[in-house]
Design a protein. Structure first.
Lengths: 154, 290
């Protein structure tokens, strides 16, 4: 493999962060905080259509796949260059926000895979979920902009 | 898929187990299992002995192989297998051991590589020719292997096959043989350290692995809602969750091993890091190196 240009390495930093961020939002935050700690969601609420069940399976598979992909890309970057951690961190937050937004709109509302919590008025929960996704997305994008590619050392 | 949409009355407690459970055919089944796994255990030992004059065989490969044999034994003989005739959760534990964990460990034992080292050159060339043949090439394509693997599971849990299996030792044997063989083929096609002359690209292997994980988790959630006929709902739910989370642990390991192969194969060549690090004794992992 040839030497990577600065732009290629920078793209890889952003890709790694976004993949890892979306991945942990999909695979770990949901599982550990909402399923296991708070027990707001359940394993399967038995009300899901087959289309939504299939979509859920893909979300699940992709979640773990991109988490690990993001981490291996990071390991690869570390052996090639000094990783610009702020830019990577910005990309991670962008990823978390992006997935949170996607999850809140597509899987909770459009597909109805599951809801955030059961037996409560959902409007407030949905507003906070989607709102926090937007906030994270903008914070992440802002961090990415501030830590532009100039600090990638090749 | 609608075969399992059925009323689950309280009279359906426990899978419909045939009265011949302790009959001759079930004893014969156990004997066949012991023989097959015995051949696996002895064959590997024989390979180690025959190749003793060659370079050192990594100890971890030997340990992984025998750990795999141990998991396969635990999956089909002994208390788990006994309980599996009446408990769906135990059945699922047995399947996890035989269909996912044992194949993963045994694939990492690299038995084909060991065979090639153990055999004289002419015979090793013959094995290599077989590996390059069209039949083996087709079977070891990740998409084919994944279809055999996940497809077999779908057939087992969404048709009458599950009841048939508990009534006939022959069907039981075939189902379990398929489960192990398909699990092995799939694992080998995606992350196998053994030589694979037609290893699919990283992209294809990644896509197939994601598809397989999705299919596995969809089936587990579907089973949670629709346990096979004769399985109590609570038992069905526990078994389905074991399938889901147990499958996850193995699947995540597969993803890590897939990327570990990529990581080793894409080592930067301009750096001063030696090409073959003593810490990464990875065998050829195919396409990415080319």
């Amino acid at each position: 493999m040839s030497r990577h240009s600065r732009a290629q390495l920078d793209r890889r930093v952003v890709l790694s962060g976004v993949l890892f961020g979306s991945g942990i939002a999909a695979s770990m935050i949901d599982l550990f905080i909402f399923h296991l700690a708070l027990q707001w969601h359940h394993f399967y609420d038995l009300s899901t259509t087959e289309v939504a069940l299939t979509a859920d399976g893909f979300f699940h598979a992709f979640g773990w796949f991109i988490t690990i992909w993001g981490l291996f890309l990071l390991a690869d970057l570390r052996r090639r260059t000094a990783v610009p951690w702020r830019r990577w961190g910005g990309a991670v937050i962008t990823g978390v926000g992006f997935f949170q937004l996607l999850d809140g709109v597509v899987s909770h509302k459009v597909l109805g895979i599951h809801q955030i919590r059961y037996g409560v008025d959902l409007l407030l929960y949905d507003a906070i979920w989607i709102g926090s996704g937007l906030v994270l997305l903008f914070v992440g994008l802002f961090m990415l902009r501030r830590a532009r590619s100039h600090d990638v050392a090749v | 898929m609608d075969a399992a949409h059925h009323p689950m009355g309280p009279h359906d407690a426990g899978p419909s187990v045939g009265p011949a459970m302790t009959g001759m055919e079930w004893i014969a089944l156990d004997v066949v299992v012991v023989l097959l796994l015995g051949v696996g255990a002895l064959g590997y030992a024989l390979g180690l002995w025959a190749a003793r004059g060659r370079s050192l065989w990594p100890l971890r490969r030997t340990l992984l192989w025998y750990a795999g044999i141990g998991c396969a034994v635990a999956g089909v003989l002994g208390p788990v297998a006994q309980a599996a005739h009446t408990s769906f959760t135990a059945h699922m534990l047995g399947h996890l051991l035989l269909g996912m964990i044992a194949p993963l460990l045994m694939v990492l034992g690299a038995p084909i590589t060991l065979t090639m080292r153990a055999l004289p050159t002419v015979a090793a060339r013959r094995v290599s020719r077989i590996l390059r043949s069209a039949g083996v090439r087709g079977l070891t394509h990740p998409m084919v292997a994944a279809t055999l693997n996940a497809g077999g599971l779908w057939l087992l849990y969404t048709t009458e096959l599950f009841q048939l299996m508990h009534a006939s030792a022959a069907v039981y044997a075939l189902v379990h043989l398929h489960l192990f063989a398909a699990g092995y083929l799939f694992t080998a096609s995606v992350i196998g350290p053994d030589p694979d002359p037609h290893r699919a690209s990283m992209r294809v292997r990644s896509a197939v692995l994601v598809l397989f994980i999705a299919a596995h988790s969809v089936l587990a959630k579907w089973l949670y809602a629709h346990p096979p006929q004769g399985v109590e709902p609570a038992d069905g739910r526990a078994g389905a969750q074991l399938m889901y989370y147990g499958g996850d642990v193995v699947d995540i390991t597969l993803i890590v091993l897939l990327f570990a192969g990529w990581y080793a194969a894409t080592r930067p060549r301009t750096s001063r890091v030696p090409q073959v690090s003593p810490f990464h004794q990875h065998e050829t992992r195919g396409a990415e190196r080319d």
